[in-house]
Design a binder for this molecule. Sequence first.
Ligand code: FES
Length: 522
Amino acid sequence: MIKMVKIFIDDKQLEVEEGLTILQAAEQAGIDIPHLCYHPAFPPEGSCRLCLVEIEGIPELELSCSTKVREGMKIQTKSQKVIEARQGVLEFLLAEHPLDCPFCDKAGECKLQDYYEEYGLFDSQFDEYKEKRDKKVKIGKNLILDRERCILCTRCVRFLREVTKTQELGVFKRGIKSEIGIYNGFPVNNNYSGNLAEICPVGAITDLDFRFKTRSWFLEKGNSICPLCSRGCNIQIEYHPGLGRFALPQRVYRVKARQNMKVNSFWICDKGRYGYSYLDKNRTSKLVRPNINQKQDINWDEVLDYLTAKLKSLYFMNKTSQVALVLNSWLSNEELFLARKIFNEDLKVTNIFFADLPDEEGDGFLLTSERSPNKRGAKEIGWAYVPFTLEALAENEINCLLIFGSFFEQLLNPAQLKSALGSIETKILLSSHRPELESAFDLILPTAVIAEKEGSLTNTEGLVQGFSPALPPWGESRAEWKILIELAKRLDINFAFYRRLSSPELIYQEMAEEIPFFRKEK
Ligand code: FES
């Protein structure tokens, strides 16, 4: 049984769990105690000395990151004595710290800068020259170390010791000469190296991928789920909202880990962190009829009417055996459920296949071998996972082909694919990215990526996680669930059922009614 203790922080009475540190108890109560070396993923180190607090009955100030709460403890976090001590610690930390803020990548999100703003703003009493140290040491494929900015909090060393267990970094030399470094010739090259730049509380370790490209205060932030494997790591996407009439070289600048103790703790792998180019590159932005003069613009209503007429005529002629549907596991639970209802149950389409990116090796920690985020969801929804092949098209005399996603191109021989598509009357692609074989399709419908839409995914362990749009949609792109609902209403086979499903939330509720697996909290 959890034992609770009564404590007072800044005269506020709190009941907190026994065993917590003062810093943790204060955080839970929304009381901010400055700290640099403490990180919730590691045991306290006690090196920065910034988290000092006053405890009644104890003459010295104590470290709140390593002192545990005790019954009746009375703690002051903002007394004059504490503030003066904090200013003293800050002055010592800054005595060796360069005045790099105008061009340091961490500016705007640097804890040292924030705390100086809050507690410092003093004139330095140091007349001595600052110690000169190495400014630009490459310590990993994407990591640059600036030794002048380092405050020796050792978060990076502890991450590599306790999380990846690879121990590429250490503290070398002694006293004022102490510095972080790699062992000769062994840089930080593990698949989680990007986390070091994220947990560095100052600008000592910066990320080559982000360095000098933009300033952190220009970026908007949105929460999403990483789709690059089936772990479902929680991420934060940082993007530039644009600058009026100036075209931007880039929209998304950075992906960071978002804490979720059930899935990824505080971390993400480098594949998820640096593999974000799919969000901006090679996207489909307009409805396209590749073989027709593009000056004749088309709109979503026309496209959906055309698709509905085609499917309806085959349905009423009892010829939906000539329809083939290709799905993929980047579709959300809601979209895969809708696809099952519309194509499998209403239209009686049986030629339904999956085309996903091929599996690769996992790394035994967060990165799984699957390169799709929702294979488990597809299985729980009841899809038999039949891989898409050209033989399947030929065997079933397909006349109308609908493909979701452009992953199929990586699985098939391009020449054979082109010739197979050439013999099919109607070929429609719904994809967020432009295919190589663009001209082989009659219609290309731009779709949203996971970061631009709402829904849920089921990770490899069966955890269902909801997500909301982190980014605005790209061009004319639409989420597949919206396209499917519009199509279902136009088909009018079961209008009353689909009319109610106006959001992913309502689709999920319907899915949970039918499939017990989804009767759990997202
Ligand atoms: Fe307590 Fe650094 S956070 S000593």
